[in-house]
Design a protein around this ligand. Sequence first.
Ligand SMILES: [Zn+2]
Length: 252
Amino acid sequence: MKTVMISEMSWTEFRDLMATNDLVVIPAGSIEQHGPHNPLGTDMLIALETAKAIGQKAQAPVAPVMPIGNARNLIGFPGTATLDPELLRQVMVQLCEAYIRHGAKRFLFINGHGGNASTLKNVAADLYARHGAISTQTEWWLTLPKISEFPCNDHGGKYETSMVMAIDEGLVDMSKARTVPRKNLSPAVAFANGLEFRGVKLAMNVPLDRISPLGNYGAPAEEADAKMGRKMFDTYVDYCVGLAEELRKIVL
Ligand SMILES: [Zn+2]
């Protein structure tokens, strides 16, 4: 394959590929603030670049990245964009349906943004109910803590910034990387990695600028490191390649 990116293939190349392959990798991102030191496209870039590497190793085609996600709680930060979750669901379903029409039966969503997670679960349910297609999603910050030494307990902090540096160090301005204390919502509703009350996570979608004035939080951004990011990147990609291979073994 000269490329795994569907955007770089001709229609005849895609047609011929789908004669022997029924798996498509779908990167889903977001354009949103990640602190003053990271690009707004952090989630989009991580989803796209990991998906590209996964597609190459698994020899699976990769869809164009969905650049905008559901980032309503970050809209207070300039440059952030957001899509209504229902609209995002429809766009993702229709994107996958275009590939189903031409032979796809399995989808691996490489999700770069937590706000997309529940929408993608609904997309997967729709694709199965309507077409019998199977799909699943992975998120690097949930996967790596299970399979590596990286806790990934931040937004635009040590770990996420390292992932961006692994992709392109020139996109990160470490001179602006700072970590400031988070504000509590009430004396006992505090923000760890999400809002919590007595150590139990709360579903409470409060604008992040009320809690984190710089936008990044969690493990200190000042400790980000490109070498660590490359290890995180490769570990996650290897896991997803294994998952892609396993998805192909599921009898439909
Ligand atoms: Zn992010």
